[in-house]
Design a binder for this molecule. Structure first.
Ligand SMILES: Cc1cc2nc3c(=O)[nH]c(=O)nc-3n(C[C@H](O)[C@H](O)[C@H](O)COP(=O)(O)OP(=O)(O)OC[C@H]3O[C@@H](n4cnc5c(N)ncnc54)[C@H](O)[C@@H]3O)c2cc1C
Length: 494
């Protein structure tokens, strides 16, 4: 079978070398002055395609999150080449990310490589994935400027810049964690948005557990090291607190029994926890978390110092692990774009998810919001919004291509059909100890079914298992859950 797979791979390997690509000129002109390190890298970018030429129209996608991945999955790659630019080569299944922090799931179970989501990226001659950040968009020239991501390993390779021309540009670069300008958050707290954040949380938690068992540590130090503080009582903060308390009750009590009485979780929220959920569910979550030993504190963080946080009432809260989860706002890249913005500073779009001030640019997911002129509210920063926008936009671009508008500046007169419409399917959150909340109301004010308890937990698990992107990861998740149930969580600090 191995030889058969090699043969198949060889026959698919038709992608030309970088030097054969339709490059920007290397020897002079704007591209040469723009690119540094061109000679070493032998690569200066992808030049424009031409209608009637050999190359298909090129769709450039910024981001491999929920929105970008769903878009690329559904895009017709017989009609378009797709070039994805992002600082990570995988999509993260964020609803299950909190479970990886304490070892309920392994990290690889929630990450799906983009080449598996859209195979053309690995196989088609004109489609690529570039590990880079987009740093500038020039809508007049139909180009994006990017800078490679080298993960800090500048001793072997310095980051360099390159340009990519697009026929259609899809901005799906997400948002960043809000810190509200509070001093010390970026330096001392860990966010929970990426797999590397979850890895950092797990390593720190296990390090603190192990250090607190070593002779010579004082009572105060031990209490501080084992105090886990979560700031933000939205679904992510609550789910993480629930996972953490499960880990403490089930695994720490058995495997770190010397320190079990020292470890505590505090969840700090300025307003109500889970404010978007039904009141009854909110109360259930409060009772459940309190029963699991989570201390709920109503307060506003004023300052974050290396070993303690200061609340608005002056209370000092020492911590060993601080996880920050207080919602999201526009990233510096989104703020730097000169397009008109929606309320809240996201990239402003119309009902067809176009950036209406320019040609051929679309924005989807957490980075975009309806312009005030559409009369529609900005949609919540949710995976279900991002995913459905990606799906809608792929079908819109497939339709545009069929109508002959795939290349740059050729789609102005094409009928776009129905605009994007979002219907909220409901919200779910786990609170630990095999309990969850399911709120199927269409909006905060509407009436509808809401459930809490074990059945909700079963619905939560089943729903997310079916939503995991691939069969491979679905299998990983199911096996991880089973292994955790039988043997407990993995506590090795690797
Ligand atoms: C822990 C956690 C749990 C969550 N749980 C749920 C849930 O249960 N249900 C739900 O509906 N929502 C949930 N969400 C919210 C949901 O994950 C987001 O709304 C969703 O990820 C938004 O998708 P996106 O594609 O817009 O952005 P993201 O998924 O954040 O992806 C952004 C992409 O853009 C890339 N990027 C960033 N900057 C640049 C740049 N300059 N150039 C190129 N690429 C760039 C990033 O690397 C990334 O690949 C959760 C979020 C988190 C963090």
């Amino acid at each position: 079978m191995a030889w058969l797979r090699s043969l198949a791979r060889f026959s698919r390997a038709t992608k030309p070398y970088a030097a054969d690509l339709p490059l920007f000129p290397r020897g002079g002109g704007a591209a040469a002055s723009f690119c540094t390190g061109v000679a070493e890298a032998g690569f200066s970018g992808l030049g424009p395609t031409e209608p009637g030429g050999e190359a298909k129209p090129r769709v450039v996608v910024l981001g491999t999150g929920w929105a970008g991945s769903r878009f690329m999955k559904d895009l017709d790659t017989r009609a378009y080449d797709v070039v994805c630019v992002a600082p990570r080569n995988h999509m993260v299944f964020t609803p299950l990310l909190a479970s990886t922090c304490v070892g309920t799931l392994e990290f690889r179970s929630v990450a799906e490589p983009i080449g598996r989501i859209q195979r053309a990226i690995s196989t088609a001659p004109g489609s690529y994935f570039f590990l880079a950040n987009c740093t500038r968009v020039d809508p007049d020239a139909h180009t994006v400027e990017c800078e490679t991501v080298t993960d800090g390993s500048t001793d072997t390779l310095k980051p360099w810049k390159f340009k990519v021309s697009y026929d259609k540009l899809i901005i799906a670069c997400g948002a960043e964690a809000s810190t509200f300008g509070i001093h010390g958050v970026k330096d001392h707290a860990i966010f929970l948005r990426e797999v590397h954040h979850a890895q950092e949380i797990r390593r720190k938690l296990l390090l603190n557990l192990m250090l607190s068992d070593v002779p010579g540590i004082t009572h105060e130090e031990k209490t501080r090291l084992l105090h886990c503080v979560v700031v933000g009582g939205g679904p992510t903060g609550v789910e993480f607190s629930g996972e953490l308390s499960d880990f403490i009750i089930r695994d720490v009590h058995q495997r770190y029994s010397h320190v079990k009485d020292y470890i505590h979780v505090t969840l700090i929220e300025a307003n109500e926890i889970l404010s978007s959920f039904d009141v009854r569910l909110r109360q259930y979550a409060i009772n459940q978390l309190t029963k699991s030993g989570v201390r709920l504190v109503r307060g506003i963080v004023k300052d974050v110092q290396p070993e303690k946080i200061i609340l608005d009432n002056g209370e000092e809260v020492p911590y060993g692990l601080l996880v920050w989860s207080t919602g999201v706002g526009p990233s510096p890249f989104v703020r730097s774009l000169t397009f008109p913005k929606s309320p809240g500073g996201r990239i402003g779009v119309d009902e067809w998810l176009r950036v209406p001030s320019v040609q051929d640019v679309f924005a989807i997911g957490d980075c975009s919001g309806y312009l005030e002129s559409t009369g529609k509210p900005v949609l919540p920063a949710l995976a279900q919004v991002a995913e459905r926008q990606g799906k809608y936009l792929a079908s819109l671009l497939n339709r545009i291509s069929k109508a002959g508008g795939g290349y740059a500046n050729t789609a102005a007169d094409i009928d776009l059909g129905d605009p994007f419409v979002y219907r909220h399917l409901g919200s779910m959150a786990t609170v630990g100890r095999y309990k969850a909340l399911v709120d199927l109301r269409k909006s905060k004010e509407a009436k509808g079914l809401s459930l809490a308890g074990f059945i909700s937990w079963f619905i939560w698990r089943s729903a997310y298992l079916t939503r995991v992107i691939s069969w491979r990861n679905r299998f990983y998740v199911a096996i991880n859950w089973l292994t955790t149930l039988i043997f407990g969580r993995d506590i090795s600090r690797i």
